[in-house]
Write a protein that binds this ligand. Structure first.
Ligand code: ATR
Length: 277
């Protein structure tokens, strides 16, 4: 049988860690497959989608800035993609191009690993109202979190998301953060604040209750200022790297026919890559 081929596309794409993750699994499971990074400019993206089958691809991942174009450009979408409004995983099924979104799965599976039982912890405060926030809110709803509080610098964007996701999802400006944290069980940063080169604290975890869990979807650095402040306060923290690793699982399974494992070995490999920066 021909080599199984998959890809990740973005613009730029050179810094993507996805080839390392999928390459690790391909080698580990001895699969005759490849996974390559392909830089596609926005103007060429729809043509790229149309050419996947003839280029022998089974599918691939889509990242910034193509997730919304992929959402619009596929023939069919899974439920998560529809809920989130973006596509990060593509696959061909009987010649039909499907788009899915595995970011919410990655988010939830990471918390399952490091903070089992997290979904029953109480109200969740979500910092940020962009694309990453939509994936997180979707996952929280799927797991039955009934009180989801979106906090955003621009209130109107938080309001859009609360309208989109409906009952149990409320919108707030940044000035309300302290009050919203007081009885929260989960604090999630989805903004770029705290990312390498974008220093700053998106919220002060000091006011959270002792049982609260704090997580950040930013994973460079692994310990963001928010996680450091939460640890100093004695709270349970979960870094964002596991979300990246787990979001890759469903795609790999579709293209290569085997559900891969997120192991300490894989994590160590990507941590080494991050620390080499
Ligand atoms: P992504 O797809 O990664 O979520 P995005 O759609 O650009 O990216 O959203 C970025 C989020 O980070 C937004 O919630 C943004 O707040 P605004 O909607 O007010 O722009 C938030 N964000 C980015 N920089 C920020 C900053 N310096 N302070 C507070 N929030 C910030």
């Amino acid at each position: 049988m021909a080599e199984k081929k998959a890809f990740v596309t973005g613009h730029p794409i050179a810094h993507s860690r996805s080839p390392k993750i999928h390459g690790h699994w391909l080698a580990k499971y001895g699969i005759d497959g490849s996974y390559q990074a392909i830089d596609v400019a926005p103007a060429d993206f729809i043509a790229f989608l149309a050419s996947l089958g003839e280029n022998g691809f089974r599918g691939g991942n889509v990242t910034i800035p193509h997730k919304e174009a992929a959402f619009a450009g596929v023939a069919r979408r899974d439920h998560a993609a529809d809920e989130i409004g973006a596509v990060n995983t593509l696959w061909l099924e009987d010649g039909v191009l499907w788009g899915g979104n595995t970011d919410g799965h990655g988010f939830a599976a990471n918390l399952d690993d490091y903070a089992p039982g997290w979904a029953a912890n109480g109200p969740a405060v979500v910092l940020g109202a962009g694309g990453a926030s939509r994936a997180v809110i979707h996952a929280l709803k799927e797991r039955g979190v009934r009180d989801i509080r979106i906090v955003n610098r621009t209130l109107a964007r938080a309001q859009e998301l609360s309208d989109r996701f409906g009952a149990g999802v409320s919108a707030h400006g940044a000035d309300a953060t302290g009050e919203l944290l007081a009885d929260a069980g989960l604090l999630i940063n989805t903004t770029a604040l705290g990312m390498h080169g974008n220093e700053g604290l998106s919220a002060d975890p000091a006011g959270l209750a002792d049982h609260a869990v704090v997580t950040d979807i930013v994973y460079v650095p692994l310990e963001t200022p928010l996680l450091a402040a939460a640890s100093a306060r004695g709270l349970k923290t979960v870094d964002g790297l596991g979300m990246l690793l787990h979001q890759a699982v469903p795609g790999f399974e579709r293209w290569f026919g085997r559900r891969p494992e997120v192991t300490p070995e894989l994590r160590r490999m990507i941590v080494a890559d991050i620390e080499a920066l």
